[in-house]
Design a binder for this molecule. Structure first.
Ligand code: ADP
Ligand code: MG
Length: 233
């Protein structure tokens, strides 16, 4: 459903992405990995419309969305979370989650959809708390809940597990598998290699803005170019 062709992004002289091509299908969990500065967040930003790529095509259900504004992509089923979180800190948990649902549901179903998500993510008890008093793990759950109420077809998650406890990570993995089993696709950017290797069915590896490998976790782990990128072997 998503096909990226020869995606390029330059910031001044820095080639954050060069000639990256990859495809994503529904009902699967994909991982996007690579060393710091490899271009992972830039790729998510380009796919979701936070930035406009310098070159290349982003085909989403066959349409090139590379120049669509962010809100239009979100409404068409591309939802994301941010590496550094982007919540409305003074608004309540319920208000933040409602922001994700407004465009995807009519007034009569909105409250029910939000309540269901608050329950599912264990946020019902703290629905009226402002998010700025919550722990990092809880704020990440709020951001995930906000992304999922928009009825996304593809969830792009930028380091969702960083700073979470072991039980929060297990809960997160469970949610992602549930979403996948309902036909959703996930593109996960994550540093926790044991999580990536257990949760993802297919991996893409970036290094210095280039796609250096793709395949199953076992194939990628055995790839000499990947070992060199990570360990300088
Ligand atoms: P990753 O998420 O894999 O750690 P990024 O996508 O954040 O990497 O960054 C890739 C490269 O692009 C880095 O060299 C980074 O410094 C550069 N970069 C990212 N965003 C910007 C920006 N807004 N302006 C200038 N350089 C940027
Ligand atoms: Mg990043």
């Amino acid at each position: 459903m998503l096909e990226i062709q020869q995606l390029g992004m330059s910031f001044g002289g820095v080639h954050a992405l060069s000639g990256v091509s990859l495809a994503i299908n529904s009902g699967r969990i994909y991982g996007l990995i690579g060393p710091n500065g490899a271009g992972k967040s830039t790729a998510i930003n380009a796919i979701t419309g936070t930035i406009v790529p310098t070159s290349g095509r982003i085909l989403w259900h066959g349409k090139d969305v590379a120049r669509w504004p962010q809100h239009r992509r979100a409404r068409s089923g591309l939802a994301r979370t941010f590496q550094n979180l982007a919540l409305f800190h003074k608004l309540s948990v319920r208000e933040n989650v409602t922001c994700g649902a407004i465009h995807a549901h009519d007034d009569s179903s909105l409250r029910g959809v939000v309540d269901t998500a608050l329950d599912a993510f264990g946020l019902a008890q703290i629905a009226d708390e402002p998010v700025n008093v919550l722990s990092l793990g809880t704020r990440k759950r709020v951001e995930m809940a906000r992304a999922t109420v928009a009825n996304p077809k593809l969830l792009l998650l930028d380091e969702p597990a960083a700073g979470l406890t072991g039980s929060e990570i297990a809960e997160f993995s469970h949610r992602m598998r549930e979403f996948r089993d309902q036909g959703g696709a996930v593109l996960l950017v994550e540093h926790d290699m044991s999580l990536v290797m257990t949760l993802c069915e297919h991996l893409f590896v970036l290094d210095f803005g280039k796609l250096i490998a793709a395949g199953t976790p076992d194939e990628v782990r055995a790839n000499p170019a990947v070992q060199a990128a990570y360990f300088g072997a």
